[in-house]
Design a protein around this ligand. Structure first.
Ligand SMILES: NC(=O)c1ccc[n+]([C@@H]2O[C@H](COP(=O)([O-])OP(=O)(O)OC[C@H]3O[C@@H](n4cnc5c(N)ncnc54)[C@H](OP(=O)(O)O)[C@@H]3O)[C@@H](O)[C@H]2O)c1
Length: 259
């Protein structure tokens, strides 16, 4: 399949690299290249076609990915005009705040385009994104095609569009919340006597272990907690001290505030 990506910044660049390195799809990327992003991309993945002309990336693509800043999307799509065949090509947007109805409105004539709204998070650069996908007018094979691309860049979840905001809070803002936990645990580790570097390493490996325990063991988090909390032991004392300081409430309230 041919994927045309409009915009070569954080998002467009990460998607292009991820597809080029992990799938057999052909990738073309366009951007004005004011900051040399296309040159960097080309040096990292020579197989990618780059152009400063959006029509080059879009016109031959089976899937057109819009990855420009929100305030540029309408102008970019308007200028592409007839270079996109909305009856044939799939439109995928990672642009924050542009909904499926808005994407549909880009179509010319009577075409009813297959449109996808996709929300990855910054871990897409490491191919570890949690990506939410909502769609309209798409066939089963088109849904599989789009999910297949983002599956190569992390985990994907197809959701109703109304859940995109909640997904963003948990998984996109959630990266910041996870970082805050890492920082807090790291600072606790320093107070307990470990140098900063070692403290960070300990926290990261502990989280890797926690994730593996849940993923591979298929356990509920509370069941895993039960296995580490001896009656009268130190873990339950720590957990209760955290809860007295509002840990669970703080996390839930933070997620609700960011929706
Ligand atoms: N970053 C994230 O974590 C994240 C997460 C989810 C969604 N998003 C969404 O992804 C979109 C892109 O964000 P980003 O962080 O990747 O922004 P970015 O790094 O600024 O990238 C935007 C890219 O678009 C290019 N561009 C500017 N004008 C263009 C035009 N007329 N035609 C084609 N390309 C053009 C820019 O080129 P120049 O640099 O040369 O101007 C740059 O390569 C945004 O709509 C954002 O809401 C981002």
């Amino acid at each position: 399949m041919k994927i045309g990506i409009i915009g070569a910044g954080n998002m467009g660049g990460a998607i292009a690299r991820g597809i080029a390195m992990n799938t057999a799809h052909e990738v073309a990327v366009s951007s004005p290249n004011r900051h040399g992003e296309l040159d960097v991309l080309k040096s990292q993945c020579p197989g990618i076609t780059t152009s400063t002309d959006n029509a080059v990336a879009a016109s031959r693509a089976d899937i057109v990915v819009i990855a420009v800043k929100p305030w540029l999307a309408d102008e970019v799509m308007d200028k592409l005009g007839d270079n996109i065949d909305y009856a044939r090509q799939i439109i995928v947007s990672v642009v924050a705040g542009i909904d499926l109805s808005h994407l549909e409105s880009y179509a010319r004539g009577n075409a009813v385009p297959a449109v996808f709204r996709v929300i990855p998070n910054i871990a897409i650069a490491q191919c570890q994104s949690m990506t939410f996908i909502a769609h309209r007018n798409a066939s089963e094979s088109q849904i599989n095609a789009v999910c297949g691309i983002f599956d190569a860049l992390g985990k994907t979840m197809v959701v109703e569009e109304r859940l995109m905001g909640a997904g963003t809070a948990i998984a996109s803002c959630g990266i910041a919340y996870a970082m805050r936990y890492v920082r807090a645990a790291m600072e606790g580790g320093i107070e307990l006597g470990f140098p900063a570097r070692q403290s960070l390493e300990i926290v990261l490996q502990t989280l890797v272990g926690a994730v593996a325990t849940l993923r591979e063991g298929g356990e509920h988090p509370e069941a895993a907690i039960d296995r580490v909390t001896t009656a009268g032991g130190i873990t339950i004392r720590g957990l209760n001290a955290m809860e007295r300081n509002g840990f669970t409430t703080a996390v839930i309230e933070g997620l609700k505030a960011s929706k």
